[in-house]
Design a protein around this ligand. Structure first.
Ligand code: AMP
Length: 186
């Protein structure tokens, strides 16, 4: 299984974000899971790649050429694919991965997980999407998602399809047992 990890190009300013990222990377390797990610060497992006590689796992990076210097392309990856732009990066990551998870991050991280979530909603793929909710980081976003459902802007099955956990084992089990929503109208 290949899991696409979306996460911050920063590490945040509290140590639990880094620690949880490293623990997740180690868990992936112990369970034979490969990682697809943005290819950078900085922040939590660098941390997930380093933790998987150091534990002997495989990491596939996909980076637009204009970001190779800014996000400092990771030199030790199993494979680094340099693409033309952000759109190609996201399309390639989505095609390569069997499942998607957002770790804590900023606007870029949200953009990436929201795109694959909305693609699921439109029926473009049947792959699971997850939020790795370290220390309740995503609780305010979950409140927003509940608000969207309560006010009739989001169908309940598309709120419910999101896997929400901070436990590596629960995350991988939820991916393995995932059943996509039956139809886009819920
Ligand atoms: P951030 O969460 O803002 O630190 O960004 C994490 C990752 O998302 C980085 O690899 C960014 O290059 C990427 N990113 C930022 N903006 C976008 C965007 N509009 N579309 C896709 N990826 C983005």
């Amino acid at each position: 299984m290949k899991i696409a990890v979306f996460c911050g190009s920063s590490a945040g300013n509290e140590p639990q974000f880094l620690a949880a990222t490293q623990a997740l990377g180690q868990y992936f390797v112990q369970h034979g899971i490969d990682v697809v990610y943005g290819g950078g060497h900085v922040g939590l992006m660098g941390a997930i790649a380093d933790s998987v590689l150091q534990a002997g796992g495989r990491v596939y990076g996909v980076m637009p050429k204009h970001l190779v210097d800014r996000e400092i392309a990771h030199q030790g990856l199993t494979e680094l694919t340099v693409v033309a732009d952000m759109h190609e990066r996201k399309a390639k990551m989505a095609a390569m991965a069997d499942a998607f998870v957002a770790l804590p991050g900023g606007a870029g991280t949200l953009e990436e997980i929201f795109e694959v979530w909305t693609w699921a909603q439109l029926g473009h793929h049947q792959k699971p999407c997850a939020f790795y909710n370290v220390d309740g980081f995503y609780d305010p976003l979950f409140a927003m998602i509940e608000k969207m459902t309560a006010t009739g802007f989001l169908k309940a099955p598309y709120a419910e399809m999101l896997i929400r956990t901070a436990d590596p084992k629960a995350l991988v089990q939820a991916f393995a047992g995932y059943q996509p929503p039956q139809n886009k109208w819920g």
